[in-house]
Ligand binder design. Structure first.
Ligand code: 4AD
Ligand code: MG
Length: 464
């Protein structure tokens, strides 16, 4: 058995302990005193451990050929470090080279700073870098914290399907799933492919949201959530859109919009606290390299109540801002990312819970407010990224729901099971969706969601 670097650096071993450590060489430098310093990284924490290789090692000539990226197993003794920056190091009495780097000049992850675009092109090697390694550990920490939060609050995690026939957002942004033999596709009289036969004789798509499915479980188990991959076939080439992203969607029976707004605020604060407590080394790196406010702004957000604002008031604020926006502002328009960012960054300087949007820009399932013009919807807008959460109270009144379907030109029959929830023991219920990559981007300060998911899927890119 070998010891993860994190256990050595976090003091689970004391001076004099014998250890075996395995990992990849970050850097190596030879000292005049006839020894070699190796920074050995295994990804278990932000920092590498320093390994001292004395020249009396029987393969010291090999050790001197080690370059960045080589994999090694080190056997040695834990020592108090005389160098700066670490308390403990390892004095090696054996170094096995597990894997050489074929030609050090061609190793893409040489120990220097790379542009984020360059790293994106080397998605298979980029997890070895400081930045992508730190993102991966933060992402893991956030996932666990989210599950823990809901578990502690008595929520059940429901697995919703990936392949589905329902277009939850009604935006026509679904990827088709097909079992058709492309050489033998059924065609109509005019030679067009007949997609209705797609999925073993029926149409099927990749889910855009687990909401409709998870609503059925909320209307039985009361407090539930889903956490899984979702897909959007929208041709958006922006720093906040992915074709495949992960979403956390709680759904709560007997809850109204303000209940789930509070739930969202509590959840975000909980996971921010967790990340600050559990990953201080990675967060310190983000504060140093990516966004100097990465830590302080989370600390601030934890302390404050989120600002709640009505869409109608936001429109007035935007109009009075005196700003020239690319998209003009008037009541009824959807807020664009420049509007969202102005409100969250310049006007409030903290996350905003924006509520009660015009019904015409929102999905069919949202509950109509008494004014008849707006719906009980909320978005949470975060400085630096804009919308990270979208949610609503759901229309639980069958007659109102049916008129909405009709108004939107949607087919009642397509929603028969969803309507059943309103026919058999309907209850007020509400929920929201948190875009996981937008959360990770917000927490780390990373500018582009492509760099906070291991293998980003964007228009024209499904490599790996
Ligand atoms: O606002 P959206 O579309 O809401 C829903 O899907 C609801 N059914 C959620 C619910 O009420 N259960 O998406 C929710 C969140 C957005 O706020 C955003 O953070 C993220 O999902 N999101 C995306 N993230 C990355 N790339 C995309 N293309 C995204 N589209 C939405
Ligand atoms: Mg939305």
């Amino acid at each position: 058995a070998h010891t993860p670097v994190v256990e050595i650096l976090k003091g689970k071993h004391s001076v004099g302990d014998r250890v075996v450590v395995k990992g990849w060489v970050r850097t190596r430098r030879d000292s005049k005193a006839g020894l070699s310093f190796i920074a050995l990284h295994d990804g278990s924490c932000f920092d590498p451990v320093q390994v001292i290789a004395l020249s009396n090692l029987n393969n010291y000539a090999d050790v001197q050929k080690l370059t960045t990226g080589c994999s090694i197993a080190v056997t040695g003794t834990v020592k108090a470090s005389e160098g700066q920056g670490q308390a403990l190091e390892i004095e090696a009495d054996g170094i096995d080279v597990l894997g050489w780097v074929e030609n050090p000049d061609t190793y893409p992850m040489a120990a220097k700073r790379h542009s984020i675009e360059f790293l994106r092109e080397h998605a298979h090697l980029r997890p070895r870098t400081n930045v992508i390694g730190a993102v991966a550990r933060i992402r893991n920490c956030l996932s666990h914290a989210i599950h823990r939060f809901f578990h502690e609050q008595g929520y059940f995690w429901i697995s919703t399907p990936i392949v589905t026939a329902s277009d939850c957002e009604g935006a026509g942004e679904m990827f088709r799933v097909s079992t058709l033999d492309m050489l033998n596709v059924p065609r109509d009289d005019e030679g067009r492919v007949d997609y209705s036969q797609d999925f073993f004789g029926k149409e099927a798509f990749l889910t855009v949201s687990g909401q409709l499915n998870v609503e059925t479980y909320a209307c039985a188990l009361s407090k539930v959530y889903t956490f899984g991959p979702t897909f959007r076939a929208e041709n958006s080439n922006t720093s906040r859109h992915l074709a495949e992203f992960w979403m956390i969607e709680p759904e709560v029976a007997f809850a109204d919009l303000s209940d789930v707004a509070q739930l969202a605020e509590d959840m975000l604060k909980y996971v921010f606290k967790a990340v600050l407590a559990e990953r201080p080394d990675d967060m310190a790196f983000f504060a140093e390299r990516i966004n100097k406010d990465a830590i302080s702004r989370l600390e601030k957000v934890i302390e404050q109540d989120f600002v709640r604002m009505d869409y109608t008031d936001a429109i007035e604020i935007l109009k009075k801002s005196g700003k020239q926006f690319e998209f003009p502002v008037e009541w009824g328009v959807d807020l664009s990312s420049e509007h969202e960012r102005y409100l969250a960054e310049e006007h409030v300087g903290a996350p905003i819970i924006m509520q009660n949007y015009p019904k015409d820009i929102k999905a069919f399932y949202m509950r109509i407010n008494d004014d008849g013009k707006t719906v009980a919807a909320m978005d949470i807008l975060a400085p630096g990224i804009g919308e990270i959460i979208g949610g609503s109270q759901r229309e639980e009144r069958l007659d109102v729901f049916d008129s909405r379907l009709e108004e939107m030109g949607l087919n009642k029959e397509d929603y028969s099971w969803y309507r059943d929830l309103r026919r058999y023991g309907t209850v007020p219920h509400s929920g929201f969706g948190l875009g996981f990559e937008r959360l990770v981007a917000y927490v780390t300060g990373m500018q582009n969601v492509r760099d906070v998911i291991p293998f980003p899927r964007t228009p024209g890119n499904a490599a790996y």
